[in-house]
Ligand binder design. Structure first.
Ligand SMILES: *Cc1c(COP(=O)(O)O)cnc(C)c1O
Length: 370
């Protein structure tokens, strides 16, 4: 059966063993005679899946008891609105770090609900680094918002700023579970599942107890975190199949040695690609080494036509979705947890070949030479 190497930024590649397991259970889950897709979200089987998924996540991320794990929908994008809606309660003011396209969207949404101060920005250098956070002398805000990994620009916080008395909120959509984080540094963490957790449709929120129940009286029930706390994420029908798939992915992750184990693999994958880029006469990374993402790695030849030729040639060799985001151009390889070291080695070997033929031929690589 044909399987390509999929470098998509999201929805992204899933472990093959997880797909096979889901396939085997697809028409009759654990001999129940029905598929998860057909099963009531209030059935014993599904409630068990939901419980197990939550427990696995708590264990993998070492989430303390004073945090709640919520299963929501609407993607990380809905969290851009739910975070200010639920957390604005005292000052109606928040601090945001502006580190790329996604933080920009988060800021736009928060501004609809209160005052936003941009406490740092890397816009001056096209978001190729992570700017330090400087709070004013007498800081006053309901929360600070950062994006731990900037999916489009390929940057990541190398350390988490946590010397503040104000709750830290993190959009962790593209690097949750990729490396060990100390959850206690955060007041709230959110992530869309389709990058590093499972399929699209599920959004995970990890929220500290003291931040629950602050939403205004007129907050719609479905947008209030406390609704999901009170009902154990079963106020209405959750994305049942996405949750089931997430459970399988988390079980797989546990077998990889958990987050500690996968972090080592992820760092080795990133090292392989960056060290090639740093020595390549053709391909380059624009991101400051200290702030380079280990999940999303943008690169370019600085020649739009050649970039296109590379993407096209790669596609013909079953390397999928290597084009950069439509806003940045160039290339991007997303190396989420489910991407194997072998696949990254294959990509680097292919890039070497492309480079050699390009340098030999001057300016043209014909497909048959590769
Ligand atoms: C993909 C992404 C989003 C948007 O996620 P949706 O689930 O599509 O809403 C937000 N933030 C970051 C960092 C992302 O990578």
């Amino acid at each position: 059966m044909r399987r390509v190497t999929n470098f998509s930024a999201g929805p992204s590649t899933l472990p093959y063993s997880v797909l096979k397991k889901a396939q085997a259970e697809f028409t009759s889950y654990q001999n129940t005679g029905l598929s998860i897709l057909e099963m009531s979200h209030r059935s014993k089987h599904f409630e068990e899946i939901l419980f197990d998924t939550k427990q696995l996540l708590q264990k993998l991320m070492n989430i303390p008891n004073n945090y709640q794990v919520l299963f929501l929908q609407g993607g990380a994008s809905l969290q851009f609105s739910m975070v200010p809606l639920n957390l604005f309660h005292r000052t109606n003011h928040a601090y945001y770090a502006h580190t790329g396209t996604w933080s920009e969207k988060a800021i736009q949404e928060a501004r609809k609900m209160g005052e936003v101060t941009m406490i740092s920005s890397s816009e001056d250098k096209a978001f190729t680094y992570i700017p330090p956070i400087h709070l004013p002398n007498h800081p006053s805000a309901d929360y600070i918002h950062i994006t731990t990994n900037n999916t489009i620009e390929g940057t990541r916080y190398d350390t988490i700023p946590n010397e503040f008395d104000i709750p830290l909120v993190a959009d962790m959509s593209s690097n949750i579970l990729s490396e060990v984080y100390d959850v206690t540094k955060f007041g709230l963490i959110y992530a869309g599942a389709q990058k590093n957790i499972g399929p699209a449709g599920l959004t995970i929120v990890i929220i500290r107890d003291d931040l629950i129940g602050k939403a205004p009286q007129n907050c719609p029930t479905m947008l209030d975190y406390s609704t999901y706390v009170k009902t154990k994420s079963l106020y209405n029908t959750p994305p049942t199949f996405s949750i089931y798939m997430t459970k399988l992915v988390l079980e797989w992750l546990q077998k990889q040695g958990g987050v500690e184990g996968i972090e080592k693999v992820n760092k080795e994958k990133a090292r392989l690609l960056y060290s090639f880029l740093d020595h390549s006469p053709l391909f380059h990374s624009k991101v400051e080494p200290k702030f380079r993402s280990i999940m999303n790695i943008p690169f370019t030849t600085y020649n739009a036509e050649l970039d296109q030729l590379f993407i096209q040639t790669a596609l013909e060799h079953d390397f999928l979705e290597l084009q950069g985001h439509r806003s940045t151009g160039g290339m991007r390889a997303s190396l989420y947890n489910a991407m194997s070291i072998e696949s990254v080695r294959k990509l680097v070997d292919f890039m070497k070949l492309f480079e050699q033929s390009y340098l030999l031929e001057g300016n043209y690589v014909s497909n048959k030479d590769l």
